[in-house]
Design a protein. Structure first.
Length: 110
């Protein structure tokens, strides 16, 4: 399993060198829109409350997409993923999170 510290948005990890590049991997998650929750979120925003439910849904979708990407990289034999990016799409159906990065094999620098 790839460690969380080995999944980064930059193009290298301090203290390690890239031994081999295995290609790009991705993961995605979709959170369906809940009309009742959406209504309460709108009322909360109107009276000045923070949209905690929305943040929770977004974070859950982000984690699911990240985990799917991590599993794909693991299947390739990677022990790291660099250049990770996220794309979020909101629609009437819900929220879609796409996550992608470059799977790599790392070795500690001597």
């Amino acid at each position: 399993m790839i460690a969380r510290e080995a999944i980064v948005t930059v193009d290298q990890i301090d203290g390690f060198q890239i031994v081999k590049t295995l290609g790009y991997v991705h993961g995605q998650a979709v959170r369906p829109r809940d009309i009742v929750r959406s209504t309460f979120r709108s009322i909360g925003a109107f009276i000045g409350l923070a949209p905690i439910e929305y943040l929770t849904d977004a974070e859950r979708a982000r984690e699911e997409a990240l985990e799917a990407m991590r599993q794909r990289a693991d299947v390739l034999g990677a022990n790291g993923v660099i250049k990770v990016q996220f794309q979020i799409t909101e629609s009437g159906d819900g929220t879609k999170v796409l996550c992608y990065g470059q799977a790599i094999i790392l070795a500690r620098e001597s």
